[in-house]
Design a protein around this ligand. Structure first.
Ligand code: GLP
Length: 261
């Protein structure tokens, strides 16, 4: 795992955007796995700036998103479709039909989830997957549980995630309680993973996820076993771990991971 320690949120966003930009420049028809939440906003702003400067061309890029709430139409301001359009897609030259977010309005969850998996497979997999980190260690909407869920699947959101995401809604009752999310296997199959974390509120979960045991109780901990992960985190988020500027380590692969049957 490569760990890049940044001064602050802006520095984290610039470095994360530089890594994604390099991917787009090196492979103009790459597949980007994208995330929502407040953490990637600065990264998306930087990508838009790169596009406006003429450094980045997204015309051949395809994107697949990690997750979507169930029951929110695309036009709903809280849907992840809307988030992606507002914060990235409408500012760059990516064709709309190159952008894929799970269909949260499809009531048949098996159909919606299989469709998302099929898209990723047909695209030949994800070149780089951007991730944020939930307060309880979730990635996408893979919540802590007894097993690592493998593929795109429906989830009932935990109380803590509903509370954390309530800040984007007027009332907590408006926060959907269900979502479709890429599974851990889907995420782990990405060729590269870029996880970004900022702020002292995440310091404890960063330490548990990347310096603690690999366990489905902290879903992000599985990333320790991916061969090409870069964690870009600011000083506050790394406050509980080694005070080095930039380093990498490869934890020994662990046996007996409780994967879903
Ligand atoms: C949501 C998203 C995650 C995101 C997490 C953290 O639950 N589904 O993909 O990583 O929130 O959000 P934030 O970056 O706002 O802390």
């Amino acid at each position: 795992m490569n760990i890049i320690r940044t001064k602050d949120y802006e520095d984290m966003s610039r470095k994360a955007a530089s890594i994604i930009s390099a991917q787009v420049i090196l492979k103009p028809d790459c597949v980007l796995g994208l995330a929502t939440g407040s953490t990637p906003l600065g990264t998306y702003e930087q990508l838009v700036e790169g596009f406006n400067r003429g450094d980045l061309d997204f015309s051949r890029v395809t994107t697949v998103n990690l997750d979507e709430y169930c029951g929110l139409p695309e036009e709903n301001e809280q849907s992840y479709h809307y988030f992606m359009r507002q914060n990235l897609f409408r500012h760059i030259n990516i064709p709309e039909d190159h952008t894929f977010v799970p269909d949260g309005m499809e009531a048949d969850s098996a159909l919606a989830c299989q469709a998302h998996e099929d898209i990723i497979r047909k695209l030949g997999g994800i070149d780089i997957q951007l991730l944020g980190l939930g307060n309880n260690g979730h990635i996408g909407f893979n919540e802590p549980g007894p097993v690592f869920e493998k593929e795109t699947h429906p989830v009932d959101l935990t109380e803590s995630t509903i509370r954390a995401n309530a800040r984007f809604f007027e009332r907590i009752e408006q926060v959907p309680t269900r979502a479709y999310t890429m599974g851990i296997k889907t995420i782990m199959q990405a060729r590269r993973i870029l996880i970004i974390v900022s702020g002292s509120g995440k310091a404890d979960i960063v330490a548990r996820a990347f310096w603690g045991p690999v366990t489905p109780q902290v879903p992000a901990s599985i990333l320790q076993l991916h061969p090409d992960v870069t964690l870009v985190a600011d000083e506050e988020a790394l406050a509980q771990v080694l005070p080095l500027h930039c380093y990498s380590f490869s934890p020994a692969a662990l046996n007996h991971l409780p994967l879903q049957a």
